[in-house]
Design a protein around this ligand. Structure first.
Ligand code: HEC
Ligand SMILES: [Cu+2]
Length: 399
């Protein structure tokens, strides 16, 4: 501080002077001192940044890979832990020897040149053989785990689900959900707890990736290919999933849920799926708007599984470059916790906002882009408030 060199006329000037002087003294610093100050600033900002980043971490957060809830994720987590620990130990040993040698044998004034040696056969053989054994061991074990996790156990009875990625939502088709019943749903995969789920992953536009961190690792969803993946949930619960391959504007909001329920609850859902829902008078009006003025039916089914022909038409549409926008199947919408690909709670208020203007809730989505009723100046549906409310009432009855 340079108080003594400042004429004290009034507080304002004093402070101003101190600041100017301090700035000056920084500019007048020697280059080494400048470096130190810059490095300190750099270090402090780096520490603050990493602290902020670390605050975002949690061991058992919704999408944490460190909190496995099924055999596949557990095995992958175990493999990861062993690899990390072995590598950490090797790292510490090697760095310790390196730093120790560098400090102990560093050049000091007056030190003579140390004795020059050329090689030490025992050491060299040891540090070639030990890492080779380690790496071969870990490598062989990793590949073994990879093969083991490729298919569900041979003696199990897996539930087959075909999952398709769309910009920006997930479609799930159960060719045989139970008793030969086919089901199409979206954004929420219901599974019975304790039963292996055998997934066949694909996409009908760009490459997506299917990832439920607590149940299994990532697997790509590639158009015209079927990639296998399986997992099993050991506990009932809601597991969060996420598209893990950049796929356009709403990639970060392309989420989904896996709801693991008891066998009993699962079978009830299967039995109820597609049964004509009970509709209030308002809901019946909503149903008419859904099929009529709202034109919702051009992209959404609400009364059962999508037919093979419809699915094939979508694929053909995509392959021929036409702008077909398949929408999520809404048959069981009212049984889901979330909607709009896992980003909003399914309640009447949110559904109303969605139907009024989907772009406000999820910018760039293909419902706003392509549905006739949203081709307005402000992007709001060309429907009246009461028509939208009737639609919401109808959607909330779909279970
Ligand atoms: C041009 C095709 C199209 C039309 C017409 C259309 N939608 Fe959609 N809808 C979509 C697409 C695509 C999505 C998925 C958007 C996303 O999540 O990115 C969607 C999503 C939804 C969802 C959320 C579903 C879920 O599982 O998350 C609801 C609810 C919905 N639409 C209702 C309606 C209603 C009601 C109408 C009629 C007023 C309608 N849609 C008209 C294509 C359409
Ligand atoms: Cu995606």
């Amino acid at each position: 501080m340079h108080y003594d060199s400042v004429q004290c006329r009034c507080h304002g000037t004093v402070r101003e002077k101190i600041i100017t002087l301090n700035m000056k003294s920084i500019y007048n610093l020697s280059p080494t001192n400048k470096m130190i100050i810059r490095n300190k600033f750099f270090l402090i900002s780096l520490l603050t940044m990493s602290l902020l980043l670390l605050l975002g971490c949690s061991y058992d957060g919704n999408q944490s890979t460190f909190d496995p809830k099924g055999p596949v994720a557990e095995m992958q987590g175990f493999l990861f832990d062993v690899l990390i620990w072995v590598m950490a130990i090797v790292f510490v040993i090697v760095e310790f020897v390196l730093v120790y040698a560098a400090i102990k044998f560093r050049h000091k004034p007056g030190n003579p040149l140390p004795k020059q040696t050329h090689g030490n056969t025992t050491l060299e053989v040891a540090w070639t053989i030990i890492p080779t054994i380690l790496i071969l061991g870990l490598g062989i074990w990793s590949v073994q785990v990879l093969w083991d996790l490729e298919k569900p156990p041979a003696d199990s009875d897996p539930l087959v689900v075909v999952a398709t990625g769309h910009q920006w939502w997930f479609e799930f088709n159960y060719p045989d959900a139970a008793n030969g019943k086919s089901i199409t749903t979206a954004n929420e995969l219901k599974i019975p707890v304790g039963r292996p789920i055998s997934l066949s992953l694909s996409s009908d536009d760009v490459i997506h990736s299917f990832w439920v961190p607590k149940l299994a690792g990532k697997q790509d969803m590639v158009p015209t290919r079927e990639n296998p993946l399986w997992f099993m949930a050991d506990e009932e619960g809601y597991y969060y999933g996420q598209c893990a391959e950049y796929c356009g504007t709403q990639h970060a909001q392309m989420k989904f849920g896996v709801k693991a329920v008891s066998e009993q609850e699962y079978l009830e859902w299967v039995a109820g799926y597609g049964e004509a829902p009970e509709l209030s008078d308002e809901a019946k009006l909503g149903q008419q708007i859904f099929a009529g003025k709202g034109q919702c039916i051009t992209c959404h089914s609400a009364a059962g599984a999508d037919s093979d022909a419809l699915v094939q038409a979508r694929v053909n549409g995509f392959l021929s470059g036409s702008a077909i926008a398949p929408g999520p199947n809404l048959t069981d919408l009212a049984t889901r916790n979330l909607f709009a690909a896992g980003i909003y709670d399914r309640n009447s208020e949110n559904l109303k906002a969605w139907i009024t203007n989907p772009d406000e809730l999820k910018y760039g989505n293909y419902m706003s882009k392509l549905a006739q009723i949203y081709q307005t100046d402000d992007g709001n549906a060309s429907l009246t408030d009461s028509e939208i409310e009737a639609l919401v009432e109808y959607l909330q009855s779909l279970k």
